[in-house]
Design a protein around this ligand. Sequence first.
Ligand code: G3P
Length: 515
Amino acid sequence: GDYKDFGPLVGAIDQGTSSSRFLLFASKTAELLAFHQIEVESVYPKEGWVEQDPKEILSSVYHCMEQTLHSCKDLKINPADIKAVGITNQRETTVVWDKVTGEPLHNAIIWLDTRTKSTVDQFEANTPEKTREHVRALCGLPINTYFSAVKLKWLIDNVEAVKKAVEEDRCLFGTVDSWLIWNMTGGKKGGLHITDITNASRTMLLNLKTQSWDPYLCKFFSIPMSVLPTVKSSSEIYGKLVDGPLSGVPISGFCLGDQQAALVGQLCFNQGDAKNTYGTGCFLLYNTGQEVVLSQNGLLTTVAYKLGPDQPTVYALEGSVAITGAAVKWLRDNLNLISSASEIETLAAKVESSAGVYFVPAFSGLYAPYWQTDARGVIIGLTQFTNKAHIARATLEAVCFQTRELLDAMNMDCGIPLASLQVDGGMTVNNLLMQLQADILGISVVRPTMPETTALGAAMAAGMAKGVEVWTVHAEDKSQINTDIFEPAVDTHARDHHYARWKKAVQRTMKWEVD
Ligand code: G3P
């Protein structure tokens, strides 16, 4: 009666590190119709530890769904038009729970957490060549605190309840996608214990070529294969939601890790297409087609997507930076330099330069291209002249410099330098950041006017799944995306000088943490 006809709708759950969101898209126009977002609290029980409550993660998602559905009434959207829901999530974050009681056995260990530094050192020492590169040929990753296998190993070794549950065959492991799906499809009453291949490729346990859990890797990291979820493609009907506000709707394509979802959302379907997403961290993904390319320059090899059980697996090279948006949050919450994240733009714009201040936020060690778990953050170049605007500006520049390091590595690995950079993610609303990024890279930066590409990618994968089929996606549509373009406005000399000093500051962070 009173509803507008938007055609079939697809929902996307975007469970990121700092917040959960639920978004509703019209599949015909890719238009974002409604959404709700809630911040999720991280706790820091010890230096280097970062955790979240898995139950809070779940309830925040339900709450976002309820609120969005609630807003449908005013917007004249008919909830019955929702044909599928996709999930996209913070990757690597490790959850273990008891399949009999449904209760988490520990807080989720967030990807940023560095408690496994000594676990990593031990594994490295156990390799014949004494190198963290030992498993790269199989899983595409260096041995590092970032990935799930070491977090899971730490839980089994250090948490009595986990050890016991493993022995009694009650323990289930999953990344956040698995935890959500298991609960939403019935939990202890028959919930599906599955993950998608993109999330699986972030554990250090997936063989990139066979696309299944690798017996050697599981043995190497001492992970019992019985706790692992079944690996699925990123776009298929997994099951029906039986719990939560949308029960009855199929969950399809719960899709992709959030960074891979953004690649899909930006329609980077051709070999050589790349995007950089600015969230808690920064993640630059470069589509290498059906070829597994191993990096010579500190990048990761990861599954980009597999859009259906009988579709090809497409791979990507990934440059990951742990701390970008998180550094802005740190200025807000730990130093109280700003009262909201968006305030950083006005504060940083008060000065024309960072006046020689460099901030390397190596809070979780350094990720790509260094992979140094023992690095710690520095702010350097301080003088009596320095004020908080300089530090704010240095924080934005840190985001840009870290991206530059990823791009340099990517260009070296791929041989063909990127001519422009497609960007997305929450931080990209900051125009000053975008201009600084173009200045520091020396290439144009291209931002879609609809920045919710992560959720869009998840919705697309869900909507195109066999049996849903309300969304068709063409690589050619890319040219029709509306964008804002930022062009570099500084000369090469100034750019190179600035970057050389950044590199010097980075060196100061190394080997700081000692046991
Ligand atoms: O690998 C971690 C990544 O998936 C987290 O993304 O957007 O929550 O910072 P985000």
